[in-house]
Design a protein around this ligand. Structure first.
Ligand code: 5GP
Ligand code: MG
Length: 179
């Protein structure tokens, strides 16, 4: 489908995302004040959100990146999650916050948390910009959630359609209507 020819419905505007990210940053700052925060951003989907979020966290912190297999070109999760790029550091003594764009089935976040726990951190928590709880296949409740959304395929602010549109500064859904 050529989504350029369809009407895009904004689900989370730039202003809403900015406001919510500021709130989350303040909450995380409070919660991790006496901790040793290590942010793990999941590529590629969370790169925009993570970049904005860490600048709203007023603490000394580390950031690293992981890549896991996800939807790739289809819209349905394959059910298996593979780690394609791991973080490079030992997590001993750190309080890890895994940041992702969206929790859908929960498989990605669940698998990444389980994997990072083997690296001896003090704690591992999760933060997602978007949560689609109606799609959950595993028992996972993100610790920090930007927005809870209905079961729609969303694009923008890091989330892709095919390999494109990650740079759109807001989150939208593609409607059936022609422009
Ligand atoms: P999960 O493992 O929770 O099923 O899915 C996590 C990953 O699937 C997300 O990090 C994201 O890359 C992708 N994903 C899930 N839902 C959507 C969606 O609505 N739009 C896009 N673009 N990607 C999604
Ligand atoms: Mg992803």
């Amino acid at each position: 489908m050529d989504i350029e020819k369809k009407v895009w419905e904004v689900l989370c505007s730039e202003e809403e995302i900015q406001m919510r990210t500021r709130e989350l940053g303040a909450e995380i700052t409070d919660a991790y004040t006496d901790k040793n925060l290590f942010v793990v951003s999941l590529l590629r989907g969370s790169f925009v959100f993570a970049a904005d979020l860490v600048r709203r966290i007023d603490l000394k912190l580390k950031v690293d990146f992981m890549t896991s297999s996800s939807y790739e070109h289809g819209e349905e999760s394959s059910g298996t999650v593979q780690i394609l790029k791991d973080i490079e550091e030992d997590l001993t003594g750190f309080d890890v916050l895994v940041v992702d764009d969206i929790a859908d089935s929960g498989l990605t976040m669940g698998c990444v948390i389980k994997h990072l726990k083997t690296k001896n951190p003090n704690s591992v928590k999760s933060c997602v910009l978007l949560d689609k709880p109606s799609r959950r296949k595993v028992d996972l409740e993100p610790d920090y959630i930007g927005f809870t959304i209905p079961d729609r395929f969303v694009v923008g602010y890091g989330l892709n359609y095919g390999d494109y549109y990650r740079n759109v500064p807001y989150v939208f859904v593609v409607t059936d209507q022609d422009r």
